[in-house]
Design a protein around this ligand. Structure first.
Ligand code: 13P
Ligand code: SF4
Length: 434
């Protein structure tokens, strides 16, 4: 099976049929580095509003933009061989195949955070993921290690939907409403929980305010942890992961008001907030928002017996209509565990779905969404950028280093270590994959 990028190139040249959400996906990401106004680039997040101050990527040298795939391949392999154990390359499941093939470790965001923490022996961690993942690696790295993001424009539109000023403002309003005194069981009024897909500043905020980080693979464990310590949770930035997880734990929807940062009290009334158990930030992922119940209905009609697996960043109706929902790691493991030939329809990023289809030819595996529309920010990393940062390391130069100041990193590490230490309880129902 050809890679997503190859398929997009073939569609663009008319050599194969198929649909992409943007023909500009076939261009090199350096085209978008040049734009006067920053953008997420073509792909699922291209319609999202990009905040001012989002990191920009300068133009990489021409030799990397014009090199053939074969030349880049030889240069990346040579640089890796020279660097040997001094460097580790980490790759997220959503990266294009042309980048993932150089990763020493491929995983979901939780596994990559663990991988970064377990490689204190290397000088540099080259993170083929997105900005918040590289920040997390830097927080967990030992002093003196460099974390490198090959393209600084590889952010995350969902992470950008909650900024520290808006969260602090929300917190002030909630403290004014609920006070700060614990109840008779010692539970404080609100615990902040941030999804891993958030800036280091928000992780630091959680560390400072008795809160914690979660990923899609441990969200219900983390919510249990929070409810042992607090009467309610402020969950940011992904409303869908928050809602899907809380619903699976038995929390009624009417006790999960949404917080819109642009409106007083987040657009809620006092009575609604007093009843709240989980306050959901108004954030979402544009990759997972593309999946719909209609697509699931069509998959079931076309392939009787199909198993539908989706990521919990999908809207609630999609998760409810699926056979199971869980993290990227959960989806991979569910397919690996199938002993008989099975048809799987998957609701997560297309690069990962295609890779699973190639890895398990005994099964039929396809994306619920017929349109090829990768995560635009993951797609900003191309082998040209990887060659550029690795060859610089060979010369002793660190490019595109992601650094989190101690002021933020110290409390953020507290919130991350709470997550790494949280263990599943036995009382609450679990989102599949936890
Ligand atoms: P995972 O935590 O499952 O790796 O997902 C990360 C992500 O960005 C999903 O959109
Ligand atoms: Fe962010 Fe969605 Fe891309 Fe994940 S898939 S990195 S949440 S934009």
């Amino acid at each position: 099976m050809s890679s997503v990028d190859t398929t997009i190139q073939l569609i663009r040249t008319g050599k194969t049929e198929g649909e992409t959400c943007s023909p500009a996906l076939a261009d090199g990401p350096w085209v978008f580095d040049l734009q006067a106004a920053p953008s997420y680039g073509p792909g699922s997040s291209m319609g999202d509003v990009i905040p001012t101050g989002t990191p920009r990527q300068g133009q990489i040298p021409e030799e990397y933009r014009t090199a053939s795939n074969e030349e880049l391949d030889a240069r990346i392999l040579a640089a890796k061989a020279t660097l040997g154990d001094r460097v580790v390359v980490l790759g997220h499941f959503y990266q294009r195949d042309e980048v993932v093939k150089y990763a020493d470790f491929v995983g979901d965001s939780f596994q990559l955070a663990n991988a970064a923490q377990s490689r204190h022996d290397v000088e540099a961690i080259v993170f083929c993921g997105v900005h918040f993942m590289a920040e997390t690696a830097d927080i967990l790295a030992r002093p003196g290690q460099s974390v490198i993001l090959p393209n600084l424009a590889a952010g995350c539109s969902m992470a950008d939907m909650a900024d520290i000023d808006s969260v602090e403002e929300a917190w002030e309003q909630l403290e004014a409403l609920y006070g700060t005194e614990p109840d008779a069981d010692g539970r404080v009024p609100v615990i902040p929980v941030t999804y891993m897909n958030s800036s280091a500043a928000l992780k630091g905020f959680c560390g400072e305010h008795g809160g914690i980080v979660c990923t899609s693979s441990n969200a219900s464990t983390v919510l249990e942890w929070a409810f042992e310590r607090g009467q309610r949770v402020l969950f940011f930035p992904d409303q869908h992961l928050g809602r899907n997880t809380a619903k699976a734990m038995g929390i009624p929807l009417e006790r999960m008001p949404m917080w819109n940062p642009r409106r007083p009290l987040g657009g809620n009334d006092v009575a609604g907030l007093e009843e709240a158990q989980v306050i959901l930030w108004h954030g979402f992922c544009s990759v997972h928002k593309r999946f719909s119940v209609d697509q699931i209905d069509k998959a079931r009609a076309d392939f009787p017996g199909v198993r539908v697996l989706v990521h919990p960043e999908c809207p609630m109706a999609v998760v409810d209509a699926a056979d199971a929902a869980g993290s990227t790691d959960f989806i991979g493991k569910a397919i690996a565990a199938a002993t008989e030939a099975t048809t799987f329809a998957i609701g997560t990023e297309i690069n990962m779905v295609n890779r699973l289809a190639a890895e398990y030819p005994q099964h039929t595996i396809f994306s619920l969404d017929p349109v090829i529309c990768p995560c635009s920010t993951m797609y900003r990393i191309h082998p040209g950028y990887l060659a550029w940062v690795l060859e610089a390391l060979v010369r002793g130069e660190v490019l595109n280093q992601i650094t989190v100041t101690d002021e933020v990193a110290v409390p953020a590490r507290v919130a991350l270590e709470r997550m790494l230490a949280a263990k599943p309880g036995t009382t609450a129902a679990q989102v599949v994959g936890d």
